[in-house]
Design a protein around this ligand. Structure first.
Ligand code: NAD
Ligand code: MG
Length: 392
């Protein structure tokens, strides 16, 4: 039986993964090693019981007593904290879902790669924060990384049987998020509730708000550079409001290969779970006649500066992705807490990048994970300080 672990099992990606595992035979078909979650220990315990996991890990120590209680009599071990997550990721498994949100997913992802596993990577922040190190870790241990972000899964599928050298460009599609058609003055007043509802995808709150600000697309452009090794100028963004075309690969003969499907993450997760085979998946089938026509338009970097910042990050390289992601995570925390406005998120990230470039230099490449984590912590502190000083 294939051994599998799911990190971030209680989140949006995690629930879709759980659903697919249950649908493909559950504990009868998979030897489930570790599941992880956060504060929702009741749900984590329920999943661990259903899949007969060896261990369930909550990220937070104060949640451990409740997790223990919820698992009483199940035979599932309980553990908590960042170190326990890393230890769980070291437990041998053939397939591991990296579905934690934010840079918190980085260390467990590294630990998983070090055992030469197949890592289904939803956690795009790890590639933005530490792309070259993560890819090198995979190579060093003979591990495989399969992209789960829908756009990157689409590109990955478009490349099957092709030579990477034959690729001229990739076109990453963007729904445009909740505020696609909002004018700039209205964006300034956008509330957390308004930003937390996506027109097409049902996702966790953080990525949903990142979609509204286009920071999600900014992360994805950098993710494409780090994962596939494309040059920045090969990566284009196209607004496609319906989220039917998940991305497009353009080849040197001018051909474009597009990946189409309904907006349901179980496709990309299921593809990674069954790779290199394709299995039947419980996703709705597209009715192109009902859809009738597909719309495309250019992205607007005036209203959504995140895309411009992503270009700057790719041009600078080195630790700039680490700083960009960390500052973005703090900006998002502050927006959710009602401390800064919607447009101030991009202003804060830009200010942190500018301040950092005056110091030790953003272009220096990280030599190890500790250097990345130090830089991440510094950028977070800097973002908080800039916001407290009222500089944005
Ligand atoms: P989510 O908020 O729904 O779930 C996040 C999971 O991580 C939960 O299990 C939560 O308990 C856990 N978690 C939160 N903070 C943690 C911490 N500090 N340490 C350890 N675990 C923690 O998020 P999501 O929408 O499922 O997104 C997960 C990842 O997948 C993100 O990187 C996101 O960008 C990426 N992604 C998500 C979607 C989607 O459809 N939701 C699509 C593409 C990519
Ligand atoms: Mg995506």
């Amino acid at each position: 039986m294939r051994k599998v672990s799911v990190f971030g099992a209680t989140g949006s990606i995690g629930e879709s993964t759980f659903d697919l595992l249950m649908g493909q035979g559950g504990a009868e078909a998979y030897d489930v090693v570790a599941l992880s979650g956060g504060r929702n220990v009741a749900r984590l315990a329920e999943q661990a019981r259903a899949l007969k996991a060896d261990i369930a890990v909550t990220a937070f120590d104060d949640c451990l007593p409740a997790l223990r209680e919820a698992l009483a009599g199940s035979g599932v071990q309980a553990a908590s904290g960042a170190q326990a997550l890393i230890e769980a990721a070291h437990r041998p498994a053939d397939w591991i879902m990296s579905g934690i949100v934010g840079a918190a997913g980085l260390a467990p992802g590294f630990a998983a790669l070090s055992q030469g596993t197949t890592l289904a990577l939803a956690n795009k922040e790890s590639l933005v924060t530490a792309g070259p190190l993560l890819m090198a870790e995979a190579r060093a241990h003979g591990a495989t990384i399969l992209p789960v972000d829908s756009e990157h899964s689409a590109i990955f599928q478009g490349l099957v049987g092709e030579e990477i050298g034959a690729v001229e460009r990739v076109i990453i599609t963007a729904s445009g998020g909740a505020f696609r058609d909002w004018p700039l003055d209205r964006l300034a007043q956008a509330t957390v509730a308004e930003a937390s509802s996506h027109p097409n995808w049902n996702m966790g709150q953080r990525i949903t708000i990142d979609s509204a600000s286009m920071f999600n697309k900014a992360l994805e452009v950098i993710e494409a550079k780090e994962f596939f090794g494309f040059a920045p100028e090969q990566i284009e963004v196209l607004v496609h409001p319906q989220s039917i075309v998940h991305s497009i690969v353009g080849f040197r003969d001018g051909a474009l290969m597009a990946h189409l499907g309904v907006p349901d993450m179980r496709h990309a997760i299921g593809y990674a779970l069954n790779w290199p085979e394709r299995q039947a998946l419980p996703v709705a089938r597209l009715d192109l006649v009902a859809i009738g026509s597909l719309e495309f338009r250019a992205p607007d970097t005036e209203r959504f500066p995140a895309l411009r910042l992503a270009r700057e990050v790719m041009a600078t390289g080195g630790l700039s992705g680490t700083v960009f992601n960390a500052a973005k995570e703090i900006a998002l925390d502050l927006f959710i807490a009602g401390r800064i406005g919607f447009l101030q998120m991009a202003a804060l990230v830009e200010a942190v990048l500018e301040d950092t470039s005056k110091g030790q230099g953003l272009g220096i490449a990280a030599v190890d994970l500790d250097m990345v984590l130090d830089c991440d912590a510094e950028a977070r502190a800097r973002a908080k300080a800039i916001s407290e000083q009222g500089r944005i």
